[in-house]
Design a binder for this molecule. Structure first.
Ligand code: PAF
Length: 282
C-alpha cells in the first residue's frame, strides 16, 4: 500500500490510473478507522481496480466549539486497518496543503446544508461539501463509498455530484453496528464506560419507532414522542434532535408515507452521537 501526502502526486497517480483504463474506488474518511470504514474499503475492493482511502481531519467542517483538536488521530493503526481491508493508496494530505491561505472557494448545497444536522452544526455541511468536492478532483474516483450512518451527509454528497455533473457513482452502504446495536463511529472512543453502556439507547429507540410505523402508526408527532420517551430511559442522555423526514427530500413530514428517515442525535456528556433508520411505510 502506497501512502501519498502531496496533492499533486495524488492527482497524477489518479490520472495515470484512469488513463490506463483502471476504475478507482474511493473511501473518504477522517481516520480513526473502524469496522464501518473497513466495510466501505472492502466494497470498493470488490468493485474497482484501484482503492484509495483518504484520511483528513477536515478543519472546515468543525464549529469553533467542536472537537477538531481532540478528534482521535490514530494514523499508524489506520494504516494497518486500511491495508488489511484492501486499500492500495492511502491519501493523507495536510490542512495547509488542502486550504492554502489564499483559497476562497467553498461549496454550499443550498437547502440541504442548513437544516436538520446543519441547524445544530452551522457551517458543518459547507465544510463537508467543500472537502469532498476537492477530494473528488484529487482522487478522480469512478465510485465513492460512504456510510448510511451520516444519512444527511450521504444525501448532500449525492446532490452535489448530480448538480455539478461530477462523474462519480456514490454508493451508500448500511451502518455497521456493535453487537449491542450502537452505530460504529470514531467518536464512540470518547465515551466513558457508563456512557458506553447507555449509548445503545439511540439505536433501540429508532428501531422501536420503525416497528411502530410498520404496525400502522402514521402520525410523525406520535413516532417522535415515542423516540423521546425511549431515549429518556438513559439517565445521562440528552436529546439533541429527533427528525422525521421524507427519505429523498429530507423535508419534515407530518403524516408518514413512502420512504421516511428517522434521524436522531443525543449527547452523552460532551459526546454527540447520531443515528438513523429508513422505513418503507407499508
Ligand atoms: O464522514 C466523514 O468522515 C467526513 O465527513 C468526510 C466525508 C470524510 C468529509 O470530511
Amino acid at each position: 500500500m502506497r501512502i501519498i501526502r502531496s496533492l499533486g502526486q495524488m492527482q497524477s497517480a489518479a490520472l495515470r490510473a484512469r488513463r490506463a483504463g483502471k476504475t478507482i474506488g474511493f473511501v473518504p474518511t477522517m481516520g480513526a478507522l473502524h469496522d464501518g470504514h473497513a466495510s466501505l474499503i472492502r466494497a470498493a475492493r470488490r468493485d474497482t481496480d484501484v482503492v484509495v482511502v483518504s484520511i483528513f481531519v477536515n478543519p472546515l467542517q468543525f464549529g469553533p466549539r467542536e472537537d477538531y483538536r481532540r478528534y482521535p488521530r490514530t494514523f499508524q493503526r489506520d494504516v494497518a486497518v486500511a491495508k488489511r481491508a484492501g486499500c492500495d493508496v492511502l491519501f493523507a494530505p495536510t490542512a495547509a496543503a488542502m486550504y492554502p491561505k489564499n483559497s476562497r472557494t467553498v461549496v454550499v448545497v443550498t437547502g440541504l446544508s442548513e437544516q436538520l444536522e446543519g441547524a445544530s452544526r452551522p457551517g458543518h455541511f459547507r465544510g463537508v461539501a467543500t472537502v469532498v468536492a476537492k477530494l473528488f478532483h484529487l482522487v478522480q474516483p469512478t465510485a465513492a463509498y460512504v456510510g448510511q450512518k451520516d444519512y444527511q451527509q450521504s444525501c448532500l454528497i449525492r446532490r452535489m455530484v448530480d448538480d455539478l455533473d461530477v462523474p462519480v457513482r456514490v454508493n451508500v452502504l448500511p451502518t455497521v453496528r456493535e453487537r449491542d446495536g450502537l452505530a460504529m463511529s470514531s467518536r464512540n472512543a470518547y465515551l466513558t464506560p457508563q456512557q458506553r453502556r447507555e449509548a445503545p439507547v439511540l439505536a433501540r429507540a429508532l428501531r422501536a419507532a420503525a416497528r411502530n410505523i410498520r404496525r400502522g402508526e402514521r402520525r410523525a408527532s406520535t413516532v417522535r414522542a415515542g423516540i423521546a420517551r425511549a431515549l429518556a430511559c438513559a439517565p445521562h442522555a440528552r436529546v439533541d434532535r429527533i427528525d422525521i423526514v421524507d427519505a429523498a427530500t429530507l423535508e419534515p413530514v407530518a403524516r408518514l408515507r413512502g420512504r421516511v428517515a428517522l434521524l436522531a442525535a443525543i449527547r452523552l456528556g460532551g459526546t454527540r452521537l447520531i443515528d438513523n433508520v429508513l422505513v418503507a411505510v407499508p
